[in-house]
Design a protein around this ligand. Sequence first.
Ligand SMILES: [Zn+2]
Length: 365
Amino acid sequence: MQFKQVAGQYSLKAKLASNAASGRVPHAQLVLGQSGAGNLPVALAFASYLLCKNPTPEDSCGVCDACRKMQTLTHPDLHFSFPFPSSLGDTCVDLYPQWRKALQAQPYLSYESWMRQLNAENKQGNIPIDECRSIIRNLSMKAFESRYKILLLWLPEYLGKEGNVLLKFLEEPPPDTLFLLVCSQPDKLLSTIVSRTQLVRVPPIDEDDLANHLSATLEISPEEASRFSMMSGGDLLKALELVSNAESPYMEPFRQWMLYCYKNNLHQSAKWTEEISGKGREYIKGLLLYGIEIMRAITVMDYLGERNGLNESEKEFVSKLGKLMSPKKIISIFEALDAAVYEVERNGNIKMIFTDLSFKISRLF
Ligand SMILES: [Zn+2]
């Protein structure tokens, strides 16, 4: 993770980079903020910056040996600790594969999502005494490849009283040892730990920065991105949830079209084609890809049940369409839509493509 991959937080990133460049890095920092604001990504990007062999004033280089190891979260001088349920073992190291997988899929990780990924939603996570001892053991060794060795301790609020064995270590760490404690609920933190760390506050993401991040990383318009950013209060995870629950702009037009085809109303579908032809090729491609997703959802609905990412009205639509057609015919529509995407991309005539499609789909119904 590099600073440039962290949404917004420009002044914080600049401050951390300049502290590191000048060698003024406090040995124990408490990175405090919500997971949707990016407390963990900020800490990961900062660790990458500290370990990078060739950093610029703003960011890690992204290509050196150390940066490549950070991309797979396998740098030997970066240790991770995090909460987990006691049924899964005594220390974190056995869970490193799941941890890496979770962070690579979504570095804006929340505690709930992490426990879900461990299939432990109903269990209590904590950072047990054996893990604290393992931390002390790991950090007592010399750094392998870089100047610093770093412990990124995610959610120190899950340390019980056992966490006090770390205090002496936090106060007088071995040389060039850095602690990044990434916290979301400071009121649950041992006060003895708070007093031994320097605070790095990660505020909610600036509204415009979050909107820019959303429109750059998702297929949504700048207007939608602004709306979701505003509604989420600077929380990327909330914004992503809003986006995934929102109805697709293609849903209504696609449903209309399928209805005209079902009724074999070629006059109405010609009028519909006329309307959408004016909306540009990108829109039309989006509409076709949406149709493909819907057909895919029909064929796998029974297997995936609730977990197909559709909202309620889409689920209803998919279930109705599924009842009207055999799986074989659904696959034929899927293939026709897929072929149409190819033609649209190659500047085929939109009206001809859709007249042909409407005719084919009507016949399949
Ligand atoms: Zn680098």
